[in-house]
Design a protein around this ligand. Sequence first.
Ligand SMILES: [Zn+2]
Ligand SMILES: [Zn+2]
Length: 219
Amino acid sequence: MRSNANTIEKILKNASNVGTDACWEWQLSKNKKGYGSVTYHYKAWRVHRLVYTLMVGPVADNLVIDHICRNHACINPAHLEPVTPRENLMRGKTRAAENAAKTHCKYGHELSGDNLVIKSRGNRACRICVRRQTNEWHKKHENILRHRRRERDRRNGIPERKKSSLSPEKAEANRARLKKYRERNREDLNRRRREYYYRTRAQRLESSTQESERIHAFL
Ligand SMILES: [Zn+2]
Ligand SMILES: [Zn+2]
């Protein structure tokens, strides 16, 4: 959700470390890339671009704002610099080259063999850390995930799951069996998941297009 603001003071209230040399961290929700956004006088803005515009001056439409500190959630104008998209790309390539030269993740796990994951954009990641982050994410969003699962089940007419009447030992044994099954059939299960993903993709794309059309019609 995007927050509303009509003065720079109100915007800065939602960041930490404001007034210091450190990164002014945006505290409200951020998108996948870590950027925050706000509505300012009925127009949607990336927060860092808005703060730069209000505190330093207008940014030409053909320029993008680069985070010198690389922290996308940062809105400290001293860490921001308007550059041409080309310059931004070059800087990104330098960073990509730096990343490509890494042999270990920042927690010291080796980036090779089974522990090396190639992400969809070609960047490399540490499997141990990705797994840990995924677990943390699920832990953190446990409640909302459960809520969504229930809502989805209700929509699809699936009766509510009953609380298990098994003894803790039996339940644990069942979980272990399921885990083993998943490990043994990992390839097959992954293939089915992929197939489902592609089968339902068109439908998802269509509904997201409709959604954005609705929003644009509203604006
Ligand atoms: Zn910063
Ligand atoms: Zn790691």
